[in-house]
Design a binder for this molecule. Structure first.
Ligand SMILES: *Cc1c(COP(=O)(O)O)cnc(C)c1O
Length: 347
């Protein structure tokens, strides 16, 4: 059974946690984003301003509705969309701004909302990586800054339902539309199998929701475990030449760690360092390849290297190192030791 009492409970838990009136459980973070693009009537010919430094889903959701993602470059410290560059990208076709809280670090949500208000735009926050983070005392996804936000519960996120996602909003009309759209366009009341609009099967099943409920009930403990790992990494890595640990802006009142991404100084060959780590059995990944340089986006829009230099620079020097709730000090020491060895011998 789908859309039962457990999905409703998860909706209550997550919406209450972020301070939103409505929560709409869906089948993934991507479907949450897609429904929001639909619910705000963003379509053919419309433009959405967003970041190239993200997982591809945050731009794909715009393309699903034949609207155009308009990228602006990011801030070098956080990798988040640079509010100072947004206004010059606004045209008469712009409908929304879609910031992403990269790696769990909130975007400058107050400035983004201010720009949106000034120009009559909607803010759709991709909070898929930032459940539990807070910006100036408000949790990511909070309606204080975003008209609506999307969370994702894939296994590598702060909480998981297997596959799953959640929309949060204070907008009752958006909530009503999203509930209908996730369920084949059915109305909430009215005759069975009456479809009022083109909808999808984006429902969250009860098994997944039960998993999510159990995790939301101990969300503080889960986030504390991640914060512990991040803190030990920061201690061990801060003395290591050539490595910069993640920056957390002072406006971030709570940092909820999605991944732990270090940066290597210019002149260090990131890929060689990664190869050395992988050989030693240390899982690591380049994070992110900017969206505009993904083959599909190059092909469709003609993007090239140099279009968004800050995002590209970050993408070329970043390494996500092993990051799990229960990583032991011994495992962390091993990672740091192998990283230090790689930097000395291969870089
Ligand atoms: C994980 C993620 C998504 C999509 O989530 P899925 O549940 O995998 O569909 C979207 N945006 C960002 C930034 C993400 O990290």
């Amino acid at each position: 059974m789908a859309l039962g009492p457990r999905a409703e409970e998860l909706e209550r838990l997550v919406s209450t946690f972020v301070g939103a009136t409505f929560g709409i459980a869906v089948s993934s973070g991507t479907s949450a984003l897609h429904l929001l693009i639909r619910a705000f009537s963003i379509g053919d010919g419309d433009e959405v301003i967003t970041t190239p430094f993200s997982f591809v889903a945050s731009a794909n959701c715009i393309l699903y509705e034949h609207a155009k993602p308009v990228f602006v470059d990011v801030q070098p410290e956080t990798g988040n969309i640079d509010p100072a560059l947004i206004e010059s990208a606004i045209t008469s076709r712009t409908k929304a701004i879609l910031p992403v809280d990269a790696f769990g670090h909130p975007a400058e949500l107050d400035k983004i909302r201010e720009i949106a208000n000034k120009h009559g735009l909607v803010v759709i926050e991709d909070a898929c990586e930032s459940l539990g983070s807070a910006y100036k005392g408000k949790r990511c996804g909070s309606p204080t800054y975003a008209h609506a936000a999307a969370f994702a519960f894939y296994p590598n996120k702060q909480i998981t339902t297997g596959e799953g996602g959640m929309i949060v909003t204070n907008d009752s009309e958006v909530a009503r539309l999203c509930r209908s759209l996730r369920n084949q366009g059915r109305m909430e009341s009215g005759p069975w199998l009456s479809h009022d609009r083109l909808g999808y099967n984006y429902r969250m099943d009860e098994l997944s929701a039960a998993l999510g409920v159990a995790q939301m009930q101990r969300i503080d403990e889960l986030l504390a475990k991640r914060a512990r790992v991040a803190k030990i990494y920061a201690e061990r890595l801060s003395g290591l030449a050539g490595v910069r640990i993640p920056h957390v802006a002072p406006e971030v009142t709570t940092m909820s760690w999605f991944v732990y991404v270090i940066r290597l100084d210019k002149g260090i060959n990131r890929d060689v360092v990664m190869e050395s780590l992988l050989e030693a059995g240390v899982e690591c990944r380049p994070y992110f390849t900017p969206i505009h340089l993904q083959p599909f986006y190059r092909q469709m829009f003609g993007y090239r290297e140099g279009d968004f230099p800050v995002a590209e620079q970050l993408g070329s020097c970043s390494v996500a190192i092993p990051f799990y709730n229960n990583l032991t000090e011994g495992q962390i020491d091993y990672v740091v030791d192998r990283l230090s060895y790689a930097l000395r011998t291969h870089a």
